[in-house]
Design a protein around this ligand. Sequence first.
Ligand code: AMP
Length: 402
Amino acid sequence: MSTDRPALKVRRLQDIDVKSKRVIVRVDYNVPMKGGKVVDNRRIRETLPTLKHLLDAGAKVTLVSHLGRPKGKPEEKYSLRPVAPELQKLLGRPVAFCDECVGPKAEAASGALKGGSVLLLENLRFHPGEEGDDAGFAKQLSKHGEVFIQDAFGTLHRAHASTAGIPKHLPGGIGFLVQKELEFLDRAMGNPERPFLAILGGAKVSDKIGVLLKLLERVDSVIIGGGMAYTFLHAQGVSIGKSLLEKDKLGDAQSIVEKAYSRNIQCLLPADHIAVKEIKPEADRVVTQAMAIAPDLIGVDIGPHTLEIFAGEIAKAKTIFWNGPMGVFEMEPFAKGTIEVAKALAKATKRGATTIVGGGDSLAAVDLAKVGTQLSHCSTGGGASLELLEGKVLPGLAALAC
Ligand code: AMP
């Protein structure tokens, strides 16, 4: 593998003896809920191969996860309880639930598990020790098993008790979901079929500078859209009206464009925009006829000409990585650019390109465009996939290194 990420040797689930063992699995069941029900079970479905493997081996499986941001104390709306029946339905086996994740009650629940059965514990983030990577909390969690399997790709970039802490007490390795994620992202970065195109969007330049710089060492072209594109346009001397601007990132934006130019990498920015006076769905939309935006307007989506240019670039690429929406896609009138990019990626996949999408917003857009099943890989972790592409060592993986 030729990524810059230091090679970490991590054991894989299939190489670990789990037969009849008590196994703790860190999953990412941070799923969207409405009225106490799971509304999108993708993250639960993605863990089924790991769970089935363990249950077939007669393991006693205790699942730990976080949900939302409850700030270290219990909050009913962040309870994982509704996830248990959803998992039970998908798994076709009973799933027990315990309303604690540490302490005597939780230990009794995990201790009572029979071979081939599953227990889901309450939200780890109901305790400050989780995000604080508290050693005592990690030790308490580790009492639920003899082996630890990490299958929460979306949290690998966080040094928390359930990612970096538990492996200090138990042997273990990575589950099938984490393996799949790493394979796709490593393949894209190590040996991509060319042309390799990266599409970055979303609101914040600052979140994406690191990954952009790293991607410029690999890609043949890059598309920058969404709110972050305005900082790049402004750095090029283009008027952007009242659009999103990160003034302190103008220098970075300029040096990224220069770096791309000096390496003969195409760097495509929006050539026209959908602009409004106020960001609200009922606002009158203006299609700017050029790159510049009038002083009283805000760019909220890419324009039709840009869409044509971006779709043309996508049609040429053999490997495509996409993170971040092209506009304020949560509001239907400004979602077209993002949805059309998702559709163009589906078309590219059909003609044999490898397409990888990372990040909650991009995945939501893929669902909106109804092309989720038509892409090569939808990563369950936006932040983790970006940090991996940046070449960073993820704490959740480093903790498992052997
Ligand atoms: P990020 O978390 O940086 O990937 O940003 C995602 C957010 O960017 C979404 O909530 C979008 O609504 C927002 N976004 C995309 N384009 C724009 C834009 N032109 N102006 C303001 N926000 C935007």
